[in-house]
Every structure is written in C-alpha cells, then in structure tokens.
Write a protein that binds this ligand. Structure first.
Ligand code: FE2
Length: 453
C-alpha cells in the first residue's frame, strides 16, 4: 500500500531536490552574492572606487553598538546611492492599513472572535492597497508590539516600490503566488512558505499566480529569531539550513517611479526617475529570507499529557522580558498523536498573551468546523477559549490509538500585548457572530458522585 497523504508527498518531493536555484541556505548567515562578476569588493567594504562605478552603502538593521551576536548590517554596491531614491515626500492615505496605537472608540476588542476568509473584491488591489489590518498591539513610536493583516492582492506593483521603516514584515500566504523583488534579490512565495522582509528594505510585489490572499504580521519590535531549543538540543523544530535568502538581482530601468514609505504609521510617497532596485552585489547578515513550513519538524508528547504550544514555535521576536515574546510565530501542522490516557486536543485556556490564529489549509483539531482555510480567530488577553463541544466529546471518548493529524496547517501570532480590533475587523470583515456559541452546548457532567467521568 502506498501512502499518498499530502505530508508524505511533500517529504518525497523535498528529497528530490537540493539547494534551490536563486537562494542561499541559512538563517542569519553572513552571506555574499554578486549579480555581475567582480562587483563585490573582497577583503574590505569601502574601496576608493567600486567596480562598475557602483556606490557602496551600508544598511544597518541594528544599532552600531548592538552586541556582536545580535549585530546585523549589509553592505550594498548599487547603481545609485539610496539618497537618489528619496526626494520630497507627500503624505498619502491607505485607509485600511492601520498602525498601533489604534484603539477604535466604538469597537469592542474584548471577546472571542472568528472570521471567515475575507473575500476578494472586484477592484484590482496591490500589496499596498490590498492590505487589511485586523488587529494592532503596542505602539509603533516606541517600537513595541505588532499588527496583523490580511492581504488581498490581484494586481502587480508597476514602477511602484515600498518600504516600511516601522516594521519587519512576516508573510504567510494562504492562496496564490507572489514575487517579492527586493533590493537584495527575488523571493517567490507560495502557500506553505513564509517570508520575512526586514525593516527598511525596498521592494515591489508582483502577482505570479492570483488572486493572492494571506496573512501578515508586522513586527514593530526586535527582529524575529529562532527560539532556543533548550533540552531538545541542536535539531528539530525549524532548522537554520531550511531558510533561504535570495542571491543578488537588480534592475537598471529609467522610468518614472514612486517609492512609498511607511513611517510611524503614516504613508509617504516620493517620485523618482528610475528603479531603486539597483543593488548589483551585497554582503552581510541583514537580508530577506523565506522558509518552507513543510520542513518544520514538530516535537511533542510521546507518553502522556500535552505540552504547551510553545513547542511549535517557528520564530520568536523578543520583547526585552526574558521568555516573554513581542511575537511568537507558532505552527500547528501534520503530526502524530500518540499520548496515552490523555485529552489530546489543546486544553482549555486563559492566557496573559493574546493569540491570533489563521488557517492555511485543512482542519484544526480543536475546532473541526468553522475555522476554515483563509479564516482567522482571536483569543485576546485573559479571555477563555478551548475545544468546542464536538472536539471535546470526540477527544474524551476516542480510542487512543496512534492517530495522524493529516492535511492540517494553522498558525498563531502570539503577543504579550492585547490586540485591538480595527473597524474593518469588527464591521466589514466576515465576522462569525455565532462563534461564541461553539461552547454553549458543553455539558455540566459533575453531580458529586465519585467515580463519574
Ligand atoms: Fe490558547
């Protein structure tokens, strides 16, 4: 008998290929790459004259004096220095892209919320006009907190470029394929993959296969890093080699273009006469990266009980309080359930952290119905949540044979800060008004009789 389950097929496909063309493996490596031979200076950063008449420029992702193990910067060798990509700015409005602090007077963020997938509209939408903020947390001005967004993209950015000075951007596609042409190279991104675009990095987004929908976590705080594995050791969970950073790629195009900058929650546009994606060669450790979620190696219970979901952390962005993340990105994917005498789904819970979930594909084990691919849910700070009646009753009486959770991939953006709903999330997005009812039919079973289970 051949096993044709989706996760099995992915493993077979993965074994059939080595390093992807166009990408360099590793997380936080010190990379070097050049699109033209000899463009990258060797042994130094600032030669008196660079090859090809290029300009040398540093992009600093951390303060100059950050500790060595956290220090991130990249040296770029480009056709024009970035000051030529930045003229006078005018403010523009992107009314659906919100930034913390953003507390809407007549919106109640206290509640358990769940949404159906936000539908595409008939209007062509780009990466900028198609961003729909669902929640915000913290304060962009002090560089703490985050925002969660849904993107609905059907149109490519043409002669239009963007960067966020506010945030690094974590992208979780659910539908369609996008191309992120960044200053440092090209990332093609499809469902089951994620990408991180660093703060300050210029790019434009093209639709490779549309329509495209997915989730974005905008991180105002310290950069995402891999979580410490502790006693788990040097392997499993997300492994460094499975992250891919693009090789250098550039444009030499002289056409009227715009650069939009997100800065302290506001959007500003400047007009230039050429493409700013003109980095011919670069070296450094501040760079965009993508990751195939099917390479995430989950660890879990092998005898009894259910560990905290932190064992499924793919990436964590520290907050300055040890072990308390500004954001954790957590993945719930295919895995075996084998625990004995154990209630296997996620337990009932109240949490000081706030949990925003999204479904990439398949069925989530705590909610067999209603939490569908493209949908989201929010269990805010100190609000109870847990399995619905169907999940509870099923898991309480199931025969506890080894069981494969297959065809399932959901994630969580978990932050130490309360998440505030936008007016879009509360009033325009397809909110499921009856979500709270999924717990209504849970029965009282207690009657004081010993031995009752
Ligand atoms: Fe929870």
């Amino acid at each position: 008998m051949t096993d044709q389950s989706p996760s099995r097929r992915m493993v077979q496909d993965r074994n059939a290929q080595g390093t992807h063309p166009g990408y360099m493996p590793g997380f936080g490596n010190d990379f070097e790459t050049e699109a033209l031979p000899g463009a990258l200076p060797q042994g130094m950063n600032s030669p008196q004259k660079c090859e090809y008449g290029l300009y040398g420029e540093q992009l600093s992702g951390t303060a100059f004096t950050a500790p060595s193990h956290q220090n991130e910067r990249t040296w770029c060798y480009r056709i024009r220095p970035s000051v030529k990509h930045s003229r006078r700015y005018t403010k523009i409005d992107l009314p659906y892209w919100k930034t913390a602090p953003h507390v809407v007077e007549d919106v109640i963020s206290l509640g358990q919320y769940r949404w159906d997938p936000v539908p595409h509209s008939d209007t062509p939408l780009t990466w900028l006009t198609g961003m729909r903020t669902m929640t915000t947390a913290g304060d962009v001005n002090t560089q703490v907190g985050m925002a969660s967004h849904i993107y609905l993209v059907t149109a490519s950015m043409v002669d239009e470029y963007f960067y966020s000075a506010d945030s690094e951007i974590l992208i979780v596609p659910q539908e369609g394929t996008l191309r992120f042409f960044t200053e440092l190279g090209i990332i093609d991104l499809a469902p089951q993959e994620i990408a991180i675009i660093p703060r300050g990095l210029l790019y434009r987004v093209e639709v490779v296969e549309g329509p495209a929908r997915g989730f974005v976590c905008e991180n105002y705080g310290q950069k995402f890093e891999l979580p410490g594995r502790g006693p788990i050791g040097a392997n499993c969970m997300a492994n460094r080699r499975d992250f891919k950073t693009p090789v250098a790629a550039f444009e030499d195009r002289e056409v009227p273009s715009t650069v939009t900058v997100k800065w302290c929650g506001q959007f500003h546009v400047t007009e230039i006469g050429h493409s700013p994606l003109d980095v011919v060669a670069w070296h450094g450790n501040y760079a965009p990266v993508k990751y195939d979620l099917t390479t995430y190696c989950p660890v879990g219970a092998i005898l009894f009980d259910h560990p905290d979901p932190s064992i499924f952390t793919v990436l964590t962005a520290p907050s300055g309080v040890p072990g308390t993340a500004n954001i954790d990105f957590v993945l719930f994917r295919e895995r075996w359930m084998v625990a004995e005498d154990t209630f296997r789904p996620p337990w009932y819970h109240k949490n000081i952290m706030s949990e925003l979930m999204g479904n990439i594909y398949g069925q989530y084990d705590a909610k067999p119905q209603g939490f569908v691919p493209g949908g989201m849910s929010l269990h805010n700070m100190m609000l109870p949540h847990g399995p619905d009646r169907e999940a509870f009753e099923g898991a309480s009486s199931a025969e506890l044979a080894p069981h494969k959770l297959d065809d399932t991939m959901s994630f969580m953006f978990e932050t130490r800060f309360p998440q505030h709903l936008t007016a879009f999330a509360a009033k325009e997005a397809p909110l499921q008004d009856d979500y709270i009812d999924c717990w209504t039919s849970l029965e009282k079973k207690f009657d004081g009789t010993p031995g009752t289970k």
